[in-house]
Design a protein around this ligand. Structure first.
Ligand SMILES: NC(=O)c1ccc[n+]([C@@H]2O[C@H](COP(=O)([O-])OP(=O)(O)OC[C@H]3O[C@@H](n4cnc5c(N)ncnc54)[C@H](O)[C@@H]3O)[C@@H](O)[C@H]2O)c1
Length: 381
């Protein structure tokens, strides 16, 4: 008879609803406890606890999924592991290297598993891309360029108390184009760069923790709303031991670029559209299998010792980037004359920003290195 894995969920609303929908589709799991500091109206008969400590005192689920705001992750994650549960912790796992080290210590001491919610790392397209790089199909990889252009209306920035904030309740938090919306683009890029830098398999790259970092980080961030503290448009370039990693993203575009990673090598080029797991090698679309789910993989790890897809240690380079984001100057506020109304009337976009994103990716340039009027030379870095 198949063994049921019991699950507790901390942070029942927001993205926690997505986890609840997934759990409902997966018969090998049983959701036994929900926790949220706010009332949960639609618990569907599952026990609800107002704090994670109350939940852990009453139940010890096999796995606890933590889907609370970033600044709350460390203490909750620590308590979950200390209680003897395995952990699926939403991204970003923590906010800086000290927190990362503290959590890694708890993972090591308790012997529990910690999987981080970078679900795109379970992509078969990423595995195939890593295999192509390792097999030398692209030659020496010299660049990994991420590009994305989305629209997030004014209402997005008031979706929760930490939305658009650098601090909340006197402590740091993390939102913004790089910090949140395009976090998966950065993590995929770091994963690809790590494989390329190591000339290693995916597993070895994860053990190395990402050889493309530390490096020199150049970062430019912009915002279009005076009341929002974080970036809605940003570019970065990371140069180090491995390929040059760059990213150009915006949440202020009427034109949609889903999220492309262009991997350039001395013998070939690959493009990974990470939100959809589409992969092209030298322009030819590749057959790609389904994603492996992080929760299912964590349960397999418990049962058979199967390697985790996104163990805490693997995402260390992302945490290092997050720390650099927090330390960087506040994003520059764009002058209103660069903005035009979105066609649907839900906010203002940056005129021509998708073209700038494309050009920045092609040249691995920062926005200020292009001839765009809203990012003049000397933009804050
Ligand atoms: N992997 C992904 O694609 C993805 C997508 C969206 C969000 N996320 C991540 O999920 C996390 C939550 O994001 P969100 O957008 O759902 O935030 P949110 O603010 O909309 O929802 C968070 C929920 O947690 C609850 N909560 C807050 N503090 C709590 C605490 N101390 N104990 C228990 N419950 C608490 C809130 O009441 C709320 O219901 C973030 O880390 C975010 O980056 C990941």
């Amino acid at each position: 008879m198949a063994v049921t894995t019991t699950v507790g969920l901390v942070g029942a609303s927001g993205h926690g609803r997505w986890h609840r929908r997934r759990l409902a589709e997966l018969p090998r799991f049983e959701l036994v406890a929900l926790c949220d500091v706010r009332p949960v109206e639609d618990a569907g008969g599952v026990a609800v606890y107002p704090t994670h400590t109350a939940m852990l005192a009453a139940r010890r689920p096999d796995i606890v999924i933590v889907v609370t705001p970033p600044h709350t992750h460390l203490p909750i994650a620590r308590d979950v592991l200390e209680a003897g549960c395995d952990l699926l912790l939403e991204k970003p796992p923590v906010l800086d290297r000290a927190e990362q080290a503290a959590l890694e210590t708890v993972v090591a001491r308790t012997g529990r598993a910690c999987q981080v919610g970078f679900q795109a790392l379970g992509s078969d397209a990423l595995t195939r891309l890593a295999a192509a790089i390792t097999a030398g199909r692209l030659g020496t990889v010299t660049g990994v360029a991420a590009a994305g252009a989305w629209w997030r209306p004014d209402a997005y920035w008031t979706r929760s108390p930490w939305a658009g904030r650098r601090t909340v309740d006197g402590g740091r938090t993390l939102d913004g184009a790089f910090g949140n919306a395009f976090a998966h683009a950065l993590m995929q890029s770091l994963a690809v760069a790590s494989v390329a830098a190591d000339g290693a398999t995916e597993g070895a790259a994860s053990a190395a923790g990402g050889a493309g970092w530390p490096g020199v980080l150049e970062l430019e961030r912009y915002r279009t709303r005076a009341g929002v503290e974080v970036e809605d448009t940003a570019s970065l370039r990371l140069t180090g031991a491995g390929p040059t990693l760059s990213a150009a993203v915006t949440l202020c575009s009427a034109e949609f670029i889903p999220g492309d990673l262009t991997v350039t090598g001395t013998r070939g080029t690959a493009v990974l559209e990470y939100p959809t797991d589409k992969l092209w090698l030298d322009g030819a679309p590749q057959p790609v299998g389904p994603r492996r789910g992080l929760l299912e993989n964590l349960a397999d790890h418990r049962a058979t010792g199967a390697p985790l897809i996104a163990p805490l240690r693997r995402v260390r380079p992302f945490t290092e980037l997050v720390e650099a984001l927090a330390a960087a100057p506040a994003p520059a506020l764009l002058d209103a004359h660069h903005l035009v109304p979105h066609p649907d009337g839900t906010g203002r976009i940056i005129a021509g920003v998708a073209a700038a994103v494309r050009e920045a990716a092609t040249r691995q340039a920062l926005f200020s290195e292009l001839s765009v009027p809203w990012a003049p030379v000397g933009s804050p870095r």
